[in-house]
Structure formats: C-alpha cells, structure tokens
Design a binder for this molecule. Sequence first.
Ligand code: SF4
Length: 441
Amino acid sequence: MQIAMIAISATGSVHPERAGPGFQQAAFASRNQAIDSLPSLALLTLAGMTPPEHTCRYIEVRSEHDFEELPRDVELVCLSSYSAQIHLAYAVARHYRELGIPTVIGGPHVSCLPEEAATHCDAVAIGEGETCWHAILEDAAAKSLKQFYGSLNATFDMRNAVMPAYELLDHDNGYARITLETSRGCPHRCEFCASSVLLAQKYKQKPIDKVLAEVDRIKECWPRPFLELADDNTFVNRKYWMKLLPELKKRKVRWFAEADIRLGNDPELLDMLAESGCKEVLIGFESTSPGHLDGLELRADWKSKQRLDPREAVTTIQKHGIMVVGCFVFGLDSQDTDIFDDVYKFVCDTHIYDVQMTLLTPFPGTPLYDRLQREGRLLKENAWERCTLFDINFMPKNMSVETLTEAFANLAVRVFDDEFTAARRRELRRQIVAFRRSRRG
Ligand code: SF4
C-alpha cells in the first residue's frame, strides 16, 4: 500500500491577533515557531514500524489551503492531531472520504473521544499507536478496516521501540528542532495535564542503546541537529541519565528537555547536562506560590510539596549555562489578580531566559475538564478549537473572564517586550560568566 502519514502542524498554535500584541514580540514568536515546526514523532514512529511491502510519505498540513497539494495516489491515510487543530484533521479525513480513500486517526484527543473521531474517520487508533498499527495495516490491506483499534489499557513495551523514519522528513523544510523520545508518561498526574499521561498509564523509558542509535541516525540526516526531547518529564530516573549523558556528550549534539524543579537541587547532574549539550530546560512552575499548587497534582500533591524555592532553582540551573523556560498557568482556582504582577516580579528577579505563559485549558480526557463540566463552569462544551492554551473556555473562580483575558494579554506585552528580554538575557550571560570564573578560582 501507499500510505500518507499526515501531521496536522501548528499543534498548540496561538493566534497573535486574538491573544494580543505581546504574543507578536520576537521573544514569544521564536519559541512558538519552534513548537509549530516540530515534526510528528508519532507518525514517524509508525512509519518506522511499517513493513517494507508498504511505502509511507510524510506530509504536514497547516490549513485547508494545503488540501490541493494532498496526494491522491494513496491507499491509506494516517492522521495525527492535537485538540486545537482536530477540526482541520477531521476536514482532511472528510476530503479523503469523498475520494474513497480510507483514513485512520490517532493521538491523545481521539483516544479520549473515539466516538467523535469515528464520525469523521474510518478507523480510530486508541492509546499508544504501536500497540495496534500492524493490525490496522493488515485490515487496511484486506480492505476490512474496523472502526476502533487499541485501548487506553494496552501498553507498549519501549524495549520494542523501533527507529522512527526520520529519513521521510524533507530536509529542506527547515526544521529548527528534531524530536526524539527517551520516555513516555509521567509519575505525576496534574489535573490539567493533557500530555502523554493520557496514553501511557505508567512512566517508562526507552533503552539507552536505542536512544543513542536514534541520535546517530538523526546526525546522519542533519549534521548539527538541535534535539527536542519529546518526553514530558525527562530526568525522573537519575541513574538512567548518569549512564546516558556521557554517551550523549560524545555525540556533540545540542538539546532541549522538559524537567521538574528538582533539577535545581542537583549540581552534579547539571554539570553533566551542560557538558552533554543540554541548552534549555522547560520547567512547569505553574504559579509563584506553593499555596497556589495545593491539590493540583492528584496522586500525592507532589507539586505543592516541593520545598525548593523556584527562584533558587532557576538561578542554579541557569548558572550552569542551561537556559530555563518557566511555564506559568493563569486561571487556577487558587490564583487571584495578584498573580500577574507576581509572575512579572519572578521574571525580573530570576532573569529567567524565557517564559511560557498559558491559560488554564480544559482538554478533553483530563480530570480538569470533568471537574469544570461537573461544576457547570465550561463556557462552551466540545469547543476544541479553544484548546490553544491562549483561549479561555471556563469561568475562573477569583476573577472574571474579561479580567483574566485582559490581564494575561497585558502581562504578555510586559514579559515579551524586546528590550526587557534583551536586558534579562544580558544579565543572565553576565551571571554565567561570573559563575564560571568563580569555579576556575
Ligand atoms: S508534572 Fe508535567 S508531565 Fe507530569 S503530569 Fe504534571 S504537567 Fe503532566
């Protein structure tokens, strides 16, 4: 079979004209563009699993304008999309349905809402795609696709992970970063989290030799790659990283990962990370005070129990030459309007390299969505196009929708201001140089 693997790009894309002028500043745009241009690792992985009698093509769709260019000489279309762009994914499926070409769709959104997806697509892959891809291929080749495959309870053993088909990517496409996965899931369960915790019930890791083989493969395709680890919480297993980092160092790559605040308490690991080419870590601080985090993590209230001061964590990590992108979520029930000035002060005090500010977003399948629905606080049911992280779809507790919208947009103007960003980064460079000098004695 000829198979089109179609990624709906612009995953969590903000609409700058809607969100406000702060989101048009360079400091915000650069991170947003990096996220938007990430290739779909899920589709590349399924392509890597596909037996050689089939041929896969990898295509990215950004809008309905791209439909003209979509190939028609295929026998199966495989789609992957996040919530914000799900309507575009469904439109692609309907486009192929009119042509009589079967479609299958997967990902966290449709895994939580398979019945919705089945009204647009011929088949829905629920849960981790690897657990059902071969069955889908066999049925598609026999022209007997079923409506549903997989399950949220089916578990893929990462010891069986295959090499993603990186060679399918168009090297002229200017990918700023290439994605690679070392783990799946997270030991924690935050109420709003819509990441791989929705698909992987337990935290699991890929064997080190497989990770290194993927790095080597990426380096064959791109001589100086910048890797974006697609993990949700990368350094959970310290022993694993102590073994992997010296090997990564030999490969001379630059890379980015998502971590948690404990990293700020581990100078030995920070030294090894810096030496291995780790340039940036994203940390979900979520808010400025531990009191705001009460009850946010549902298993053990882990987030509110962390005793390390977030300011100290940022300073320690950045002194090691690793830039911190701090994530803050606005609209938590525990926050009031002080949060906007508090975050600005945090950014000033820490000289944090970058900030990812988002609005609390009820994604389907999350405990947050269920709770807000129960409490009658969703503004619009099934409004997945609002799952951009920059659009409000709930009634906040301690402020109005209008206040949250305006104050969020105003803070973005201040935080992403070009001069403010440049001054912060200058001071940050000065601190790194001073730290290095102090260590040399
Ligand atoms: S720590 Fe991060 S990845 Fe883990 S559940 Fe919370 S938000 Fe999700």
